[in-house]
Ligand binder design. Structure first.
Ligand SMILES: C[S@@+](CC[C@H](N)C(=O)[O-])C[C@H]1O[C@@H](n2cnc3c(N)ncnc32)[C@H](O)[C@@H]1O
Length: 404
């Protein structure tokens, strides 16, 4: 007997789909959950936004950068000098890891000449014109010394082996901290010297703080993060990696204040200030729905980011003493959150009589280009861009020296 004429193929397919016994358990979705799913996933919104802006900004690089952004990221193991780390380092080296910081010191001269771009001429930056990186009056940057105590091990280019979780030593201190290896670069750029006082204005959860502490050169370290829960996480990280006597109040202070108002509390004080601001966290936004700044309910927060970043950078600039240095960093490609924020902060600082010089990070780029891929031709600062063979970043950094 033939089927009634009104039963068409689509109808039959729908009936078959409705037979739950034919649907594998793992792919069944309760209707209630399905209706509460976001209509526009935040990751899609992020990628749409990135495609529109970064294809213009990064040009031909964008398709390969996008592909890397969506692929598994690569980590680095920041070695904890405060633990019994010798065996940890040898084990990692036996597995093929290399310390990219010390490899750099062996391969490249530490002193450096001024930047190749921007004509290599000295340039005032506080007036709000087109800022350029300054090699100083002599045409040469002062030597950039990478702290020999910061060790970060990575698997070689193209090797995507994962690190095992770190284990505590006899004193219950962990041997290494896993982080995007490019996150260490702003700390290297900060160039902390013996006896310096340092402010980490947005410090939690503490990867960069740990890198700064590894220098073992800091006289006083002030750690701040406006989020109370993240500050608690930072404190837990410190206890897991740093011996108690180094956490004493005369050496280290943790606060949970709004960094935008820091100058009202401590101005013209520090030798070095790290301003690692909240940003659109591009890799996270492109891959994770959870806590995604591109979700609809966070639209306002996302739009306010450049203003918040600029206020924080300005606060960092005011907190550093004349002659001291500030590093601004983000983990986004966005020009609006990187170069434009720095330009605007320079302009506003200039209006308040604070003169700044942009310090070239080209020497650092030259030293580390065997490990990281850098965006070419940025007007201000430097940026690590993800690459399938070295899937670190994005990390943007710009260094400023306060002249007066
Ligand atoms: C990119 S994360 C910092 C990451 C950290 N430097 C690290 O390496 O682990 C930015 C941090 O800024 C904090 N933050 C946001 N607004 C702030 C404000 N107004 N003042 C101080 N910190 C702020 C956030 O809570 C967040 O922890």
């Amino acid at each position: 007997m033939s089927a009634p004429a009104f039963i068409n193929t689509a109808f039959l397919l729908r009936r078959i789909r409705d037979l739950r016994c034919l649907t594998p358990r793992r792919t069944r979705v309760k209707t209630k959950w399905a209706t509460s799913l976001p209509r526009y996933p935040a990751t899609n919104m992020a990628l749409q936004n990135f495609d529109a802006t970064y294809s213009l900004q990064l040009g031909r690089l964008w398709p390969s950068v996008r592909c890397s952004l969506l692929s598994e990221r690569k980590y680095g193991a920041l070695i904890n000098n405060f633990s019994d780390h010798q065996d940890v380092v040898s084990d990692l080296q036996d597995n093929g890891c290399l310390d990219f910081v010390s490899a750099t010191q062996r391969e490249a001269p530490i002193s450096s000449v001024g930047p190749e771009r921007g004509g290599g001429e000295s340039e005032d930056t506080a007036g709000g014109g087109e800022p350029q990186e300054s090699p100083g009056d002599t045409g040469e940057d002062p030597p950039l010394s990478l702290s020999p105590n910061i060790k970060c091990l990575v698997f070689p280019c193209g090797d995507i082996t994962r690190f095992k979780p770190s284990r505590p030593d006899g004193h219950r201190l962990l041997g290494y901290y896993l982080l995007d290896a490019a996150s260490v670069l702003p700390c290297l750029a900060l160039d902390v010297q013996e006896g310096h006082s340092v402010l980490d204005l947005c410090a939690a959860p503490g990867g960069k703080t740990l890198a700064l502490l590894q220098t073992q050169a800091i006289r006083f370290l002030s750690l701040n993060d406006s989020s109370v829960s993240r500050t608690s996480r930072l404190t837990r990280v410190l206890h897991a990696y740093v011996p108690k006597h180094l956490l004493a109040a005369d050496r280290l202070r943790v606060t949970s204040l709004d960094g935008r108002h820091w100058a009202e509390f401590e101005g013209n004080t520090y030798d070095r200030v790290l301003v690692d601001v909240p940003c659109s966290t591009d890799r996270h936004s492109a891959t994770e729905e959870d806590n995604n700044i591109f979700s609809k309910i966070r639209t306002g927060e996302r739009r306010r980011l450049p203003q918040l970043q600029m206020d924080l950078l300005l606060a960092g600039i005011k907190a550093v003493r004349p002659g001291g240095e500030v590093v601004y960093s983000t983990c986004t490609f966005s020009q609006l959150q990187n170069q434009y924020v720095v330009q605007q902060a320079l302009h506003l600082a200039g209006q308040e009589g604070i003169q700044l010089q942009v310090v070239s990070l080209q020497p650092l780029v030259r030293m580390l280009s065997g490990t990281f891929h850098f965006a070419p031709d940025l007007l201000l600062g430097e940026m690590v861009v993800p690459h399938l063979t070295a899937n670190f970043g994005p990390i943007y950094m710009c260094k400023l020296r306060r002249l007066c």
